[in-house]
Design a protein around this ligand. Sequence first.
Ligand code: F6R
Length: 610
Amino acid sequence: MCWIFAYKWDKEASSFLLEWLKNLEYRWYDSAWICEINNSWEFFLEKAVWKVSNLASKVENLWKDLTWFNTWIAHTRWATHGKVTLENTHPHYSKNERFFIVHNWIIENYIELKKELEEKGYTFYGETDTEIVAKLIEELFEIDLETTIKKVFKKVTWAYAMAVIDRENPNNLIWVKIWSPLVLWISENEFFLSSDANALARFVKNYVNLDDWEMVVIKGDNYKIISLDSGLSLEKQSESITYNEDNYSLWDFTHFMEKEIFQVPEIIDNFIKWRIDFESLEIKSNTLEELAAKDFKRIEIIASWTSYNAWMTASYLFEELASIPTTVYVSTEFKYKKKFINPETLYIFISQSGETADSLESLKVVKNKWWFTFWIVNVVGSSIARLSDLWLYTHSWREVWVAATKSFIGQIWVLLIMALYLGNKKDLEYTKYKEIISSMKHLRDDVSMVLLNSNKIEEIAKKYAHYKDLFFLWRNIHYPMAMEWSLKCKEITYNHTEAYSAWELKHWPLSLIEDSFPTILINPEWKLKEKNISTLKEVKARDGKVVWIITKWDENKNLYDDVIEIPQTIEELSIFPVSVALQLFAYYMAKELKREIDKPRNLAKSVTVE
Ligand code: F6R
């Protein structure tokens, strides 16, 4: 799984090239490479493991002595087949060193292809599936690259995007999208290609989104887009993209994760301005009006991890507020399980990136059955966004690095708004509806209060960062919050954390409680307060340490070891200050442990392979 980038221009652009690669690095950061070629067939290739800055320091000195190049392919890698080594770092090339390839996704039949090639005398220097395609191009070469690639794609399964250059025809470049994001930008005699439109946003205003089974062939200054199904040339509309410098700058923060958490009050302002009319107490959304008219009787929700946790939260909201039975599936499991057609069921997909392979694949399965699909996505124009029938964006602005924070807030906001809107059209009591909408006036301040308390959260997080194991025990609508907090901690601290509904404690988690295994418990002033106090006592009776998250100090203060205070809100809105507190807590734990917070080991911003 990699992120690819290719470029052809008549001007020198080495410095831009590294910047583009850095813009792609938020997706993957195992290794990076650049391969360039010019009209005189001069050739330059460099690779480095880990960060793009490692590659930059290698090439910047070398570039000084080179004449300029006009065709590049480059990528950042996230290792699937083979370790993070220079051999496995792309580019992968044919035995005759004529064809060079960049590739995203997994070649599923690579073992079979490798065997065939070995029988023909090919040997392999690395462990990747991509190297097999490079050698297959050499083996199947006939007439030119275009003819050959058409033959190659018939043999290679399953889904991928790739860019190929032919050293003997430096003006030819081929890009193929079978199934993996790929966008193209064209102007006069310049061509850019990227797996991610955002990487180009600073430099281009419009781009063409390639659909599955399409190929772009560039020969000199000409290009054509071909359908691999029909063989016909295609005319495609371009789409616009906007660039906002604020999204790319760290301002005065130490990490993007920290910056993105501190952006939440502004995002909430934006949400409210966009959707809520406090005078009429109405939610403004034509999309929701359209959805409500369809009167679905059940909801099935499909999402992957942080997005899944947002959905778990939503299932409480949809059932409580909109009285719609809701089932949530993690997308990895949904695709392959048996499905029961029910026209009264609404299928909702949620994804920050809009590119997560499991969610996208599940969406295609549902679409193939002609069921109605709705999606909630943060990245405008992403693959999931292009396929659904109806949608809402989370409008949380670009989230740069791996841990999802402000986008999670955007997700739970959209879900709450949906539940309220649908509930108001059904049997939600108007006083309840009114109470929630009116209380939204204070949401920004409530979240800001948590951020103002960040020093205290940091102090406590520093202490608990040094425990290798932690429990998160919460109830009801806060249970998915506990799951999300636990996920965030594991993801960036590498400590072991587990989240359970506090009801579960007596079934088995209690056996793990001891002095060295602390518990984070939430107990705001809501309906389950007394039950939470029982849980607190059960943990303390086993010498467990407790961090108590409360809205008000109470008579149990001798029992807690530490306290994080959050503002008192109504229960349905508490998920916002609670989320921000938990995100900060995880962030400060990771900071105390000196983790590389924005680039946690082995992870990537969007998982585009199954
Ligand atoms: C965790 C995180 C991941 C994503 C998951 C789904 O902080 O970011 O667990 O939530 O990979 O990604 P999206 O929402 O882009 O589908």
